[in-house]
Design a protein around this ligand. Structure first.
Ligand code: GAR
Length: 203
């Protein structure tokens, strides 16, 4: 059965675009049921609208608490029939509200080989540390920051003269392939919901 994805974004939305492209060309058996941004001016919302997908801005500043913001996200996601939630450059830490509403079915893409360099500016951190190899991770979301069970990773080499811009280009290409690949595995039942402290089960 076609997977219904709710995609949460804050920025440019190149990962969202990779998902939209893969659903359109039939290489991913999923549909994006809605895209929600906490930033009203996110380019990702334009990408969603261009693809004919419901695009909603829910600015977090208009809520008194993180939990109230997350409850608003949950009702919008339910209203649009989302089954799995993808954080694709969503720069807010989630409360248990969302994790309870979609148990074991929230995934995040992060631009480092976790557990190295969690949080924001992961690529800047990797460059500052002078690591020669970094990469990206898709993992299940838990209540920590980039700390849930890892589903898949892909290495990205750091070459002499790299800056955040040149690294980001290769990182994004790697992320797009990794994320769409994981979503294919979810759609095909090869990756199943991660419940509690369990590691993700493959196959
Ligand atoms: C991506 O590199 C993603 O891994 C990162 O934000 C970028 C969003 O790009 N997410 C995090 O750093 C989360 N901790 P995009 O808007 O072009 O998809």
């Amino acid at each position: 059965m076609t997977l219904a994805l709710g995609v949460l974004v804050s920025g440019n939305g190149t990962n969202l675009q990779a998902i939209l492209d893969a659903t359109r060309d039939g290489s991913l058996d999923a549909r994006v049921s809605c895209v929600i941004s906490n930033k009203t001016d996110a380019m990702a919302l334009e990408r969603a609208a261009r693809a004919g997908v419901p695009a909603l801005a829910i600015p977090h500043q208009t809520f008194d608490t993180r939990a109230a913001f997350d409850r608003a996200l949950v009702s919008a996601l339910h209203e649009h029939g989302a089954e799995w939630i993808v954080l694709a450059g969503f720069m807010r830490v989630l409360t248990p509200e969302i994790l309870r509403a979609f148990p074991g079915r929230v995934v995040n893409v992060h631009p480092s080989l976790l557990p190295s360099f969690p949080g924001t500016n992961a690529m800047r951190q990797a460059l500052a540390h002078g690591v020669k190899l970094t990469g990206c991770t898709v993992h299940f979301v838990d209540e920590g920051v980039d700390s849930g069970p890892i589903i898949a990773q892909r290495a990205v080499e750091i070459v002499d003269g790299d800056d955040e811009h040149t690294l980001a280009e290769r990182m994004h290409a790697a992320e797009h392939a990794l994320l769409v690949g994981v979503l294919r595995d979810i759609a095909g039942g090869r990756v199943r919901p991660s419940i509690g402290a369990e590691r993700p089960r493959h196959g």
